[in-house]
Write a protein that binds this ligand. Structure first.
Ligand code: ADP
Ligand code: MG
Ligand code: MG
Length: 255
């Protein structure tokens, strides 16, 4: 059973010629098969946590540890993290000019599995996964994220998630900018992956809306760079009713 362990993680960024501490001691354990929601106001550092786990060079780890099955994630290159089973869907996914969705998926699968998937079964796998996500087959020939609508970007992320079968999936604001139909399709994809029991999911979100479709096992409130409260799914209901203001008053974060 894979376990992602984040211990007292501190992260800084350089902004306006100054070093700013964004993460101020994050502690979190996610086990394979569990779904954790991280919820918090804008600017509280949720995306910084996702980027730090992804190994983005802009974010400097100044303290703490991150391990996956005891292996030091922070020492791994971005590729090594993917091979170790970490999957990160970014709030603002980047364009990959000249690389089609279909090539991108096959290259990623090859890198992660250590060998190229058999072409015939792979083509079928991709086609079936795209059908489940209500995606036009022509989408596979488009360049990654080039001119994708918000909904297409998110469907593409869930397509990757379903095909690459990671141990730990970190989904940053997968719900943002989706209409109700797209939100349902995307949530169903996350739930399908979840039902395999083989993926731990960290669902980062500002809104409680997606949690009507994906019921988390644990909810964590993020405020001013750390987790300030943890609970079960009922904590999301409390947030829906009361908002984040009570936490902002505690530590002076902006909501
Ligand atoms: P959230 O995802 O919770 O909205 P972010 O992690 O995006 O929060 O941002 C947290 C804080 O860190 C904000 O004050 C933001 O301006 C700052 N920050 C994040 N990334 C950068 C960056 N690359 N450069 C400068 N400041 C950043
Ligand atoms: Mg600390
Ligand atoms: Mg964010």
């Amino acid at each position: 059973m894979a376990t992602l362990e984040i211990r007292d993680l501190h992260v800084t960024v350089e902004a306006d010629n100054a070093t700013k501490e964004i993460l101020k001691g994050v502690d979190l354990t996610v086990k394979q098969g569990e779904t954790h929601a991280i919820m918090g106001p804008n600017g509280s550092g949720k995306s910084t946590l996702a980027y730090s786990l992804a190994g983005h060079p802009k974010y400097t780890i100044t303290g703490g540890t991150v391990t996956l099955d005891g292996e030091d994630v922070l020492e791994m290159s971005v590729d090594e993290r993917a091979r170790a089973g970490l999957f990160l869907a970014m709030q603002y996914p980047v364009e990959v000019p000249g690389v089609s969705v279909s090539n991108f998926l096959r290259t990623s699968a090859t890198a992660i599995r250590g060998e190229a998937p058999k072409l015939r079964t792979w083509v079928k796998e991709v086609r079936e996964a795209m059908e489940r996500l209500n995606m036009d087959p022509a989408f596979a020939e488009r360049n990654v994220n080039e001119g994708f609508s918000g909904g297409e970007k998110k469907r593409h992320e869930i397509l990757q998630l379903e095909l690459l079968k990671p141990k730990m999936a970190i989904l940053d604001e997968t719900d943002s900018g989706l209409d109700v139909d797209a939100l349902r399709v995307v949530s169903e994809g996350v739930n399908r992956v979840r039902e395999t029991g083989e993926v731990g999911t960290l669902l980062i979100t500002h809104y409680t809306r997606i949690l009507r479709y994906i019921k988390p096992d644990f909810v964590h409130v993020f405020s001013a760079g750390r987790i300030v409260e943890s609970g079960g799914a009922e904590l999301a209901d409390k947030l829906e009713n009361e908002g984040y203001e009570v936490y902002a008053k505690l530590d002076g974060a902006d909501t």
